[in-house]
Design a protein around this ligand. Structure first.
Ligand SMILES: Cc1cc2nc3c(=O)[nH]c(=O)nc-3n(C[C@H](O)[C@H](O)[C@H](O)COP(=O)(O)OP(=O)(O)OC[C@H]3O[C@@H](n4cnc5c(N)ncnc54)[C@H](O)[C@@H]3O)c2cc1C
Length: 480
Protein backbone atom coordinates (compact mmCIF):
# COMPACT_ATOMS: atom_id res chain seq x y z
CA UNK A 1 0.00 0.00 0.00
CA UNK A 2 0.82 3.70 0.04
CA UNK A 3 1.08 4.56 -3.64
CA UNK A 4 2.89 7.64 -4.87
CA UNK A 5 -0.31 9.63 -5.44
CA UNK A 6 0.41 11.02 -8.90
CA UNK A 7 -1.40 14.16 -10.03
CA UNK A 8 -3.45 11.94 -12.30
CA UNK A 9 -4.58 9.71 -9.41
CA UNK A 10 -5.38 12.72 -7.22
CA UNK A 11 -7.55 14.08 -10.04
CA UNK A 12 -9.42 10.79 -10.32
CA UNK A 13 -10.21 10.91 -6.59
CA UNK A 14 -11.22 14.58 -6.77
CA UNK A 15 -13.54 13.90 -9.70
CA UNK A 16 -15.62 11.54 -7.54
CA UNK A 17 -16.74 14.35 -5.20
CA UNK A 18 -16.22 17.31 -7.54
CA UNK A 19 -13.18 19.57 -7.26
CA UNK A 20 -15.02 22.17 -5.15
CA UNK A 21 -15.53 19.53 -2.48
CA UNK A 22 -11.84 18.86 -2.11
CA UNK A 23 -8.94 20.60 -0.44
CA UNK A 24 -5.38 20.26 -1.66
CA UNK A 25 -1.83 21.44 -1.16
CA UNK A 26 -2.77 25.07 -1.90
CA UNK A 27 -5.33 25.16 0.89
CA UNK A 28 -4.96 25.50 4.64
CA UNK A 29 -5.15 21.88 5.75
CA UNK A 30 -4.23 22.46 9.38
CA UNK A 31 -7.58 21.26 10.72
CA UNK A 32 -7.16 17.94 8.93
CA UNK A 33 -3.43 17.36 9.45
CA UNK A 34 -2.86 18.50 13.05
CA UNK A 35 -3.85 16.40 16.01
CA UNK A 36 -6.11 18.66 18.07
CA UNK A 37 -3.82 18.91 21.10
CA UNK A 38 -0.79 19.46 18.91
CA UNK A 39 0.92 16.19 19.84
CA UNK A 40 1.46 15.12 16.24
CA UNK A 41 1.36 16.86 12.88
CA UNK A 42 0.49 14.80 9.84
CA UNK A 43 0.31 15.57 6.16
CA UNK A 44 -1.96 14.95 3.20
CA UNK A 45 -2.17 16.04 -0.41
CA UNK A 46 -5.93 15.72 -0.62
CA UNK A 47 -9.01 16.02 1.55
CA UNK A 48 -12.21 14.63 0.02
CA UNK A 49 -15.65 15.67 1.24
CA UNK A 50 -18.17 13.22 -0.15
CA UNK A 51 -21.90 13.93 0.16
CA UNK A 52 -23.27 10.42 -0.29
CA UNK A 53 -22.58 6.85 0.64
CA UNK A 54 -22.19 6.08 -3.08
CA UNK A 55 -19.37 8.63 -3.37
CA UNK A 56 -17.64 7.06 -0.37
CA UNK A 57 -18.01 3.69 -2.09
CA UNK A 58 -16.35 4.98 -5.28
CA UNK A 59 -13.52 6.51 -3.24
CA UNK A 60 -12.79 3.25 -1.43
CA UNK A 61 -13.04 1.18 -4.62
CA UNK A 62 -10.44 3.40 -6.26
CA UNK A 63 -8.28 3.43 -3.12
CA UNK A 64 -8.43 -0.34 -2.84
CA UNK A 65 -7.46 -0.90 -6.46
CA UNK A 66 -4.60 1.61 -6.37
CA UNK A 67 -3.29 0.84 -2.87
CA UNK A 68 -4.05 4.33 -1.64
CA UNK A 69 -4.40 4.65 2.11
CA UNK A 70 -7.46 6.42 3.54
CA UNK A 71 -7.94 8.22 6.83
CA UNK A 72 -11.60 8.88 7.73
CA UNK A 73 -12.38 11.99 9.73
CA UNK A 74 -15.41 13.40 11.51
CA UNK A 75 -14.86 16.46 13.67
CA UNK A 76 -11.18 15.55 14.19
CA UNK A 77 -11.52 16.03 17.96
CA UNK A 78 -10.28 12.54 18.85
CA UNK A 79 -7.66 12.32 21.56
CA UNK A 80 -5.61 9.37 20.31
CA UNK A 81 -4.32 10.67 16.97
CA UNK A 82 -6.56 8.21 15.10
CA UNK A 83 -7.65 10.81 12.54
CA UNK A 84 -4.17 12.11 11.70
CA UNK A 85 -2.91 11.27 8.18
CA UNK A 86 0.63 10.08 8.85
CA UNK A 87 3.26 11.88 6.79
CA UNK A 88 5.02 8.77 5.59
CA UNK A 89 1.87 7.06 4.29
CA UNK A 90 0.65 9.47 1.59
CA UNK A 91 -2.90 9.08 2.83
CA UNK A 92 -6.01 10.81 1.55
CA UNK A 93 -8.37 12.20 4.17
CA UNK A 94 -12.07 11.44 3.74
CA UNK A 95 -14.07 13.91 5.80
CA UNK A 96 -17.73 13.15 6.51
CA UNK A 97 -18.54 16.81 7.23
CA UNK A 98 -20.92 17.16 4.24
CA UNK A 99 -22.78 13.97 5.11
CA UNK A 100 -24.95 15.77 7.63
CA UNK A 101 -28.53 14.80 6.84
CA UNK A 102 -31.06 13.45 9.32
CA UNK A 103 -32.62 10.54 7.44
CA UNK A 104 -35.43 9.56 9.80
CA UNK A 105 -37.03 10.52 13.11
CA UNK A 106 -39.05 7.65 14.59
CA UNK A 107 -40.80 8.81 17.76
CA UNK A 108 -42.68 5.55 18.16
CA UNK A 109 -39.61 3.33 18.01
CA UNK A 110 -37.54 6.12 19.63
CA UNK A 111 -34.77 6.12 17.07
CA UNK A 112 -32.99 8.61 14.85
CA UNK A 113 -31.34 7.64 11.60
CA UNK A 114 -28.57 10.08 10.77
CA UNK A 115 -25.66 10.40 8.40
CA UNK A 116 -22.19 10.06 9.89
CA UNK A 117 -21.30 13.74 9.65
CA UNK A 118 -24.10 15.08 11.83
CA UNK A 119 -22.59 17.04 14.73
CA UNK A 120 -23.38 15.52 18.11
CA UNK A 121 -24.88 18.73 19.51
CA UNK A 122 -27.29 18.93 16.56
CA UNK A 123 -28.47 15.42 17.42
CA UNK A 124 -28.95 16.38 21.08
CA UNK A 125 -30.93 19.46 20.01
CA UNK A 126 -33.07 17.51 17.55
CA UNK A 127 -33.87 14.99 20.27
CA UNK A 128 -34.81 17.80 22.69
CA UNK A 129 -37.05 19.47 20.09
CA UNK A 130 -38.92 16.17 19.93
CA UNK A 131 -39.16 15.88 23.73
CA UNK A 132 -36.53 13.15 23.73
CA UNK A 133 -32.99 12.78 25.00
CA UNK A 134 -29.90 11.61 23.19
CA UNK A 135 -27.69 11.06 26.22
CA UNK A 136 -24.20 11.07 24.68
CA UNK A 137 -22.57 14.24 26.05
CA UNK A 138 -18.94 15.33 25.94
CA UNK A 139 -16.86 18.48 25.88
CA UNK A 140 -16.34 18.32 22.10
CA UNK A 141 -20.06 17.93 21.33
CA UNK A 142 -20.21 21.17 19.33
CA UNK A 143 -17.76 19.82 16.75
CA UNK A 144 -17.44 16.03 17.00
CA UNK A 145 -19.65 13.98 14.66
CA UNK A 146 -21.73 10.91 15.31
CA UNK A 147 -19.61 8.79 12.92
CA UNK A 148 -16.54 9.74 14.95
CA UNK A 149 -18.36 9.09 18.22
CA UNK A 150 -19.32 5.63 17.03
CA UNK A 151 -15.86 4.92 15.62
CA UNK A 152 -14.28 5.78 18.98
CA UNK A 153 -17.11 4.30 21.06
CA UNK A 154 -17.08 7.60 22.92
CA UNK A 155 -17.95 7.77 26.61
CA UNK A 156 -18.61 11.13 28.23
CA UNK A 157 -20.76 12.14 31.15
CA UNK A 158 -23.93 10.19 30.33
CA UNK A 159 -22.40 6.71 30.50
CA UNK A 160 -23.39 6.23 34.11
CA UNK A 161 -27.10 5.93 33.29
CA UNK A 162 -27.16 5.29 29.54
CA UNK A 163 -23.97 3.43 28.64
CA UNK A 164 -21.20 4.07 26.09
CA UNK A 165 -21.90 5.01 22.48
CA UNK A 166 -21.93 1.27 21.72
CA UNK A 167 -25.07 0.95 23.85
CA UNK A 168 -26.77 3.74 21.90
CA UNK A 169 -26.24 2.33 18.39
CA UNK A 170 -28.84 0.04 16.86
CA UNK A 171 -27.69 -0.14 13.27
CA UNK A 172 -25.04 1.08 10.88
CA UNK A 173 -24.43 1.67 7.22
CA UNK A 174 -20.79 1.07 6.39
CA UNK A 175 -18.71 1.24 3.24
CA UNK A 176 -16.26 -1.64 3.37
CA UNK A 177 -12.65 -1.19 2.23
CA UNK A 178 -13.44 -2.80 -1.15
CA UNK A 179 -16.19 -0.23 -1.75
CA UNK A 180 -19.09 -2.56 -1.01
CA UNK A 181 -21.94 -0.90 0.90
CA UNK A 182 -23.30 -2.76 3.93
CA UNK A 183 -26.80 -1.58 4.79
CA UNK A 184 -27.10 -2.60 8.39
CA UNK A 185 -29.48 0.19 9.41
CA UNK A 186 -31.33 -2.08 11.82
CA UNK A 187 -34.13 -0.42 13.81
CA UNK A 188 -35.22 -3.48 15.75
CA UNK A 189 -34.65 -3.63 19.48
CA UNK A 190 -34.61 -7.41 19.13
CA UNK A 191 -32.74 -9.00 16.27
CA UNK A 192 -30.88 -12.14 17.17
CA UNK A 193 -29.69 -13.19 13.75
CA UNK A 194 -26.11 -14.31 13.95
CA UNK A 195 -22.91 -12.38 14.58
CA UNK A 196 -23.30 -8.80 15.75
CA UNK A 197 -21.44 -7.19 12.83
CA UNK A 198 -22.29 -3.65 13.84
CA UNK A 199 -20.27 -3.97 17.02
CA UNK A 200 -17.12 -4.72 15.02
CA UNK A 201 -17.28 -1.22 13.55
CA UNK A 202 -18.12 0.51 16.84
CA UNK A 203 -14.75 1.54 18.27
CA UNK A 204 -12.81 0.37 15.18
CA UNK A 205 -11.42 3.91 14.71
CA UNK A 206 -11.73 3.83 10.94
CA UNK A 207 -9.60 0.72 10.46
CA UNK A 208 -12.34 -1.54 9.04
CA UNK A 209 -14.40 0.75 6.81
CA UNK A 210 -16.19 4.08 6.76
CA UNK A 211 -19.43 4.44 8.71
CA UNK A 212 -21.79 6.52 6.57
CA UNK A 213 -25.02 6.41 8.61
CA UNK A 214 -26.38 5.09 11.88
CA UNK A 215 -29.59 4.30 13.72
CA UNK A 216 -29.30 5.60 17.27
CA UNK A 217 -31.51 5.30 20.35
CA UNK A 218 -33.58 8.07 21.84
CA UNK A 219 -34.79 8.20 25.43
CA UNK A 220 -37.61 10.11 27.14
CA UNK A 221 -36.58 13.67 27.99
CA UNK A 222 -36.32 14.10 31.75
CA UNK A 223 -39.15 16.15 33.25
CA UNK A 224 -36.99 17.37 36.13
CA UNK A 225 -33.26 17.88 36.54
CA UNK A 226 -31.12 18.96 39.46
CA UNK A 227 -27.42 19.75 39.32
CA UNK A 228 -25.30 20.23 42.43
CA UNK A 229 -21.74 20.58 43.63
CA UNK A 230 -20.67 18.59 46.66
CA UNK A 231 -17.47 18.94 48.69
CA UNK A 232 -15.58 15.90 50.03
CA UNK A 233 -12.60 15.39 52.27
CA UNK A 234 -11.28 12.43 50.24
CA UNK A 235 -11.91 10.27 47.19
CA UNK A 236 -13.07 7.57 49.60
CA UNK A 237 -15.91 9.73 50.93
CA UNK A 238 -16.79 10.84 47.39
CA UNK A 239 -17.09 7.17 46.47
CA UNK A 240 -19.15 6.43 49.58
CA UNK A 241 -21.52 9.24 48.61
CA UNK A 242 -21.69 7.95 45.05
CA UNK A 243 -22.73 4.53 46.35
CA UNK A 244 -25.34 5.98 48.66
CA UNK A 245 -26.75 8.18 45.87
CA UNK A 246 -26.77 5.30 43.41
CA UNK A 247 -28.60 3.08 45.88
CA UNK A 248 -31.33 5.69 46.28
CA UNK A 249 -31.58 7.01 42.71
CA UNK A 250 -30.28 4.17 40.52
CA UNK A 251 -30.54 5.37 36.91
CA UNK A 252 -31.95 8.72 37.99
CA UNK A 253 -28.40 9.49 39.07
CA UNK A 254 -27.35 10.60 35.60
CA UNK A 255 -23.88 12.02 36.31
CA UNK A 256 -21.26 11.93 39.03
CA UNK A 257 -18.10 13.75 38.04
CA UNK A 258 -15.09 14.01 40.33
CA UNK A 259 -13.07 17.25 40.37
CA UNK A 260 -10.04 18.00 42.58
CA UNK A 261 -9.51 21.35 44.30
CA UNK A 262 -6.58 22.09 42.01
CA UNK A 263 -9.03 21.81 39.09
CA UNK A 264 -11.31 24.40 40.72
CA UNK A 265 -8.25 26.64 41.29
CA UNK A 266 -7.31 26.35 37.60
CA UNK A 267 -10.89 27.20 36.58
CA UNK A 268 -11.09 30.26 38.84
CA UNK A 269 -7.69 31.46 37.62
CA UNK A 270 -8.22 31.01 33.89
CA UNK A 271 -12.00 31.51 33.59
CA UNK A 272 -12.86 34.44 35.87
CA UNK A 273 -16.58 34.11 35.09
CA UNK A 274 -16.77 30.91 37.14
CA UNK A 275 -17.73 31.05 40.83
CA UNK A 276 -16.04 29.05 43.57
CA UNK A 277 -18.70 26.35 43.91
CA UNK A 278 -18.79 26.18 47.73
CA UNK A 279 -18.10 28.59 50.55
CA UNK A 280 -15.00 26.84 51.89
CA UNK A 281 -12.28 24.86 50.11
CA UNK A 282 -12.62 21.08 49.91
CA UNK A 283 -10.03 18.57 48.79
CA UNK A 284 -12.41 16.97 46.28
CA UNK A 285 -15.64 18.02 44.58
CA UNK A 286 -18.42 16.12 42.88
CA UNK A 287 -20.64 17.50 40.14
CA UNK A 288 -23.82 15.52 40.51
CA UNK A 289 -26.90 15.38 38.31
CA UNK A 290 -30.19 13.78 39.26
CA UNK A 291 -33.12 13.61 36.85
CA UNK A 292 -36.70 12.46 36.96
CA UNK A 293 -39.00 11.31 34.21
CA UNK A 294 -41.94 12.25 36.39
CA UNK A 295 -41.59 15.88 37.51
CA UNK A 296 -39.39 18.75 38.64
CA UNK A 297 -40.60 18.15 42.20
CA UNK A 298 -39.67 14.50 42.07
CA UNK A 299 -36.11 15.34 41.00
CA UNK A 300 -35.91 17.98 43.74
CA UNK A 301 -37.21 15.63 46.48
CA UNK A 302 -34.86 12.85 45.48
CA UNK A 303 -31.89 15.22 45.38
CA UNK A 304 -32.70 16.65 48.78
CA UNK A 305 -33.11 13.19 50.26
CA UNK A 306 -29.76 12.08 48.86
CA UNK A 307 -27.86 15.16 50.01
CA UNK A 308 -29.47 15.21 53.46
CA UNK A 309 -28.38 11.60 53.96
CA UNK A 310 -24.85 12.43 52.75
CA UNK A 311 -24.53 15.45 55.07
CA UNK A 312 -25.95 13.51 58.00
CA UNK A 313 -23.51 10.65 57.47
CA UNK A 314 -20.75 13.28 57.26
CA UNK A 315 -19.51 11.96 53.92
CA UNK A 316 -20.54 15.21 52.24
CA UNK A 317 -18.88 18.29 53.76
CA UNK A 318 -21.00 20.86 51.96
CA UNK A 319 -23.24 21.11 48.90
CA UNK A 320 -24.75 23.72 46.58
CA UNK A 321 -27.77 23.04 44.40
CA UNK A 322 -28.07 25.05 41.18
CA UNK A 323 -31.03 27.37 41.65
CA UNK A 324 -32.08 27.66 38.00
CA UNK A 325 -31.32 26.28 34.55
CA UNK A 326 -28.73 28.98 33.83
CA UNK A 327 -26.82 27.99 36.94
CA UNK A 328 -27.09 24.32 36.05
CA UNK A 329 -25.49 25.14 32.69
CA UNK A 330 -22.78 27.18 34.41
CA UNK A 331 -21.94 24.26 36.73
CA UNK A 332 -21.68 21.96 33.72
CA UNK A 333 -19.57 24.48 31.81
CA UNK A 334 -17.07 24.39 34.67
CA UNK A 335 -16.72 20.65 34.25
CA UNK A 336 -16.42 20.94 30.47
CA UNK A 337 -13.77 23.67 30.63
CA UNK A 338 -11.65 21.74 33.09
CA UNK A 339 -9.35 20.25 30.39
CA UNK A 340 -8.99 23.74 28.85
CA UNK A 341 -8.13 25.27 32.20
CA UNK A 342 -5.19 22.89 32.41
CA UNK A 343 -3.65 24.16 29.19
CA UNK A 344 -2.35 27.53 30.44
CA UNK A 345 -0.63 25.66 33.28
CA UNK A 346 1.75 24.16 30.71
CA UNK A 347 2.50 20.64 29.55
CA UNK A 348 0.37 17.83 30.91
CA UNK A 349 0.95 14.08 30.90
CA UNK A 350 -2.52 12.62 30.71
CA UNK A 351 -4.07 9.17 30.99
CA UNK A 352 -7.61 8.06 30.25
CA UNK A 353 -7.87 5.04 32.52
CA UNK A 354 -10.44 2.99 34.39
CA UNK A 355 -10.30 0.65 37.35
CA UNK A 356 -12.99 -1.31 39.19
CA UNK A 357 -14.97 1.26 41.16
CA UNK A 358 -13.75 0.18 44.59
CA UNK A 359 -10.13 0.69 43.47
CA UNK A 360 -10.46 4.36 42.46
CA UNK A 361 -9.19 5.77 45.79
CA UNK A 362 -6.18 3.44 45.69
CA UNK A 363 -5.47 4.36 42.08
CA UNK A 364 -5.42 8.05 42.88
CA UNK A 365 -3.44 7.80 46.11
CA UNK A 366 -0.80 5.37 44.91
CA UNK A 367 -0.70 6.82 41.40
CA UNK A 368 0.09 10.30 42.67
CA UNK A 369 2.92 9.01 44.86
CA UNK A 370 4.40 7.01 41.97
CA UNK A 371 4.30 9.90 39.51
CA UNK A 372 5.67 12.42 41.98
CA UNK A 373 8.53 10.02 42.66
CA UNK A 374 9.37 10.17 38.93
CA UNK A 375 8.85 13.95 38.59
CA UNK A 376 8.94 15.74 41.94
CA UNK A 377 6.50 18.64 41.90
CA UNK A 378 4.22 17.19 39.18
CA UNK A 379 0.70 18.47 39.92
CA UNK A 380 -2.00 15.81 39.88
CA UNK A 381 -5.26 16.88 38.21
CA UNK A 382 -7.30 13.67 38.49
CA UNK A 383 -10.88 14.20 37.38
CA UNK A 384 -13.71 12.60 35.52
CA UNK A 385 -16.39 10.00 35.51
CA UNK A 386 -16.15 8.59 39.03
CA UNK A 387 -19.27 6.47 38.66
CA UNK A 388 -17.71 4.62 35.72
CA UNK A 389 -14.37 4.15 37.48
CA UNK A 390 -12.97 6.27 34.61
CA UNK A 391 -10.50 8.87 35.73
CA UNK A 392 -8.63 11.34 33.54
CA UNK A 393 -5.40 10.92 35.43
CA UNK A 394 -3.56 14.05 34.35
CA UNK A 395 -0.41 15.61 35.72
CA UNK A 396 0.51 19.24 35.02
CA UNK A 397 4.22 19.99 34.91
CA UNK A 398 5.88 21.27 38.09
CA UNK A 399 5.66 25.06 38.35
CA UNK A 400 8.61 26.61 36.55
CA UNK A 401 9.71 23.49 34.64
CA UNK A 402 10.24 23.73 30.90
CA UNK A 403 7.50 21.95 28.87
CA UNK A 404 9.95 19.87 26.84
CA UNK A 405 11.93 18.85 29.92
CA UNK A 406 8.70 17.69 31.53
CA UNK A 407 7.49 15.77 28.48
CA UNK A 408 10.80 13.90 28.43
CA UNK A 409 9.44 12.05 31.49
CA UNK A 410 6.32 10.95 29.61
CA UNK A 411 7.32 7.34 28.95
CA UNK A 412 8.47 6.87 32.53
CA UNK A 413 5.28 8.37 33.92
CA UNK A 414 3.12 6.31 31.57
CA UNK A 415 4.95 3.16 32.64
CA UNK A 416 4.32 3.61 36.38
CA UNK A 417 0.69 4.59 35.80
CA UNK A 418 -0.08 1.73 33.41
CA UNK A 419 1.63 -0.82 35.70
CA UNK A 420 -0.56 0.33 38.56
CA UNK A 421 -3.71 0.30 36.42
CA UNK A 422 -3.00 -3.26 35.30
CA UNK A 423 -2.21 -4.36 38.85
CA UNK A 424 -5.60 -2.99 39.93
CA UNK A 425 -7.40 -4.85 37.12
CA UNK A 426 -8.09 -1.71 35.08
CA UNK A 427 -7.93 -0.54 31.49
CA UNK A 428 -5.28 1.70 29.91
CA UNK A 429 -7.89 3.27 27.65
CA UNK A 430 -11.29 3.78 29.21
CA UNK A 431 -13.01 5.91 26.58
CA UNK A 432 -10.63 7.60 24.14
CA UNK A 433 -9.60 4.50 22.21
CA UNK A 434 -6.21 3.37 20.93
CA UNK A 435 -5.56 5.33 17.72
CA UNK A 436 -1.93 6.10 17.12
CA UNK A 437 -0.79 6.86 20.62
CA UNK A 438 -1.67 3.64 22.43
CA UNK A 439 -1.15 0.99 19.78
CA UNK A 440 2.07 -0.21 21.41
CA UNK A 441 0.38 -0.34 24.79
CA UNK A 442 -2.40 -2.42 23.24
CA UNK A 443 0.06 -5.20 22.48
CA UNK A 444 1.07 -5.19 26.10
CA UNK A 445 -2.41 -5.46 27.57
CA UNK A 446 -4.06 -7.86 25.12
CA UNK A 447 -3.33 -11.56 25.12
CA UNK A 448 -1.73 -13.14 22.03
CA UNK A 449 -5.12 -14.77 21.33
CA UNK A 450 -6.85 -11.39 21.37
CA UNK A 451 -4.19 -9.79 19.16
CA UNK A 452 -4.44 -12.64 16.67
CA UNK A 453 -8.23 -12.34 16.48
CA UNK A 454 -7.95 -8.58 15.95
CA UNK A 455 -5.37 -8.97 13.18
CA UNK A 456 -7.52 -11.66 11.53
CA UNK A 457 -10.56 -9.39 11.58
CA UNK A 458 -8.51 -6.56 10.08
CA UNK A 459 -7.08 -8.88 7.43
CA UNK A 460 -10.54 -10.18 6.50
CA UNK A 461 -12.13 -6.75 6.02
CA UNK A 462 -9.11 -4.93 4.68
CA UNK A 463 -6.61 -7.34 3.10
CA UNK A 464 -4.83 -4.50 1.29
CA UNK A 465 -4.44 -2.47 4.46
CA UNK A 466 -5.87 0.75 3.02
CA UNK A 467 -8.03 1.77 5.99
CA UNK A 468 -6.28 4.02 8.45
CA UNK A 469 -3.07 1.98 8.63
CA UNK A 470 -0.88 2.36 11.68
CA UNK A 471 -3.87 3.03 13.93
CA UNK A 472 -5.08 0.64 16.64
CA UNK A 473 -2.93 -2.21 15.29
CA UNK A 474 0.70 -2.15 14.36
CA UNK A 475 1.00 -3.65 10.94
CA UNK A 476 2.17 -7.24 10.82
CA UNK A 477 5.83 -7.70 9.87
CA UNK A 478 4.95 -9.12 6.44
CA UNK A 479 2.95 -6.01 5.47
CA UNK A 480 5.02 -3.34 3.79
C1 LIG B 1 -12.76 19.10 24.71
C2 LIG B 1 -12.87 17.63 24.42
C3 LIG B 1 -13.55 16.81 25.30
C4 LIG B 1 -13.65 15.43 25.04
N1 LIG B 1 -14.34 14.66 25.93
C5 LIG B 1 -14.47 13.34 25.68
C6 LIG B 1 -15.20 12.50 26.58
O1 LIG B 1 -15.69 12.94 27.62
N2 LIG B 1 -15.33 11.20 26.25
C7 LIG B 1 -14.79 10.67 25.12
O2 LIG B 1 -14.94 9.48 24.88
N3 LIG B 1 -14.09 11.44 24.27
C8 LIG B 1 -13.92 12.75 24.50
N4 LIG B 1 -13.19 13.53 23.64
C9 LIG B 1 -12.56 12.91 22.45
C10 LIG B 1 -13.40 13.03 21.14
O3 LIG B 1 -14.24 14.12 21.18
C11 LIG B 1 -14.19 11.77 20.88
O4 LIG B 1 -13.29 10.72 20.65
C12 LIG B 1 -15.16 11.87 19.69
O5 LIG B 1 -16.00 10.73 19.71
C13 LIG B 1 -14.47 11.95 18.34
O6 LIG B 1 -15.40 12.32 17.33
P1 LIG B 1 -14.89 13.04 15.99
O7 LIG B 1 -16.05 13.23 15.09
O8 LIG B 1 -14.13 14.26 16.33
O9 LIG B 1 -13.92 11.92 15.42
P2 LIG B 1 -12.48 12.09 14.72
O10 LIG B 1 -11.52 12.68 15.69
O11 LIG B 1 -12.63 12.77 13.41
O12 LIG B 1 -12.12 10.58 14.47
C14 LIG B 1 -11.85 9.70 15.53
C15 LIG B 1 -11.48 8.32 14.96
O13 LIG B 1 -12.59 7.75 14.28
C16 LIG B 1 -12.33 7.61 12.89
N5 LIG B 1 -13.56 8.04 12.19
C17 LIG B 1 -14.16 9.25 12.24
N6 LIG B 1 -15.30 9.23 11.52
C18 LIG B 1 -15.41 7.99 11.00
C19 LIG B 1 -16.38 7.34 10.19
N7 LIG B 1 -17.47 7.97 9.74
N8 LIG B 1 -16.18 6.04 9.84
C20 LIG B 1 -15.08 5.38 10.28
N9 LIG B 1 -14.14 5.94 11.05
C21 LIG B 1 -14.31 7.22 11.43
C22 LIG B 1 -11.09 8.44 12.59
O14 LIG B 1 -10.32 7.88 11.56
C23 LIG B 1 -10.37 8.37 13.94
O15 LIG B 1 -9.62 7.20 14.03
C24 LIG B 1 -13.06 14.89 23.88
C25 LIG B 1 -12.37 15.73 22.99
C26 LIG B 1 -12.26 17.08 23.25
C27 LIG B 1 -11.52 17.95 22.26
Amino acid sequence: VSSELSAELLNRFAAIVGVRNTLGSNDDLTHYTHENRGYVVGDTKLVLKPKTCEEVSLILKLANSTGTTIVPQGGHTGHMGGGVPLKELNSIVVSTERMNKVLDVDLIGNTLTVEAGVILENIQNLAAENDRLFPLALGAQGSCMIGGNISTNAGGTGVLAYGNTRDLVMGLEVVLPNGEIWDGLNRLRKNNTGYDLKNLFVGAEGTLGIITAAVIKLFPAPAGREVAWAGFSSVKTALAFFQSAKAKADNQLTAFELVPRIGIDYLLKHFPKFPDPLENNHTWYGLIEITSGRSIEDARHLTEEIFEAGLEAAIVEDAALASNIAQQQLFWQMREELPNSQRPEGASISHDISVPLGKVPELIERGEALVVAVVPGARMVAFGHLGDGNIHFNFSKPVGMDDADYMAFREQVNAVVFDLVLELGGSVSAEHGIGLFKRDVLERVKSPTEMTMMHQIKQMFDPNGIMNPGKVLNRLPDQS
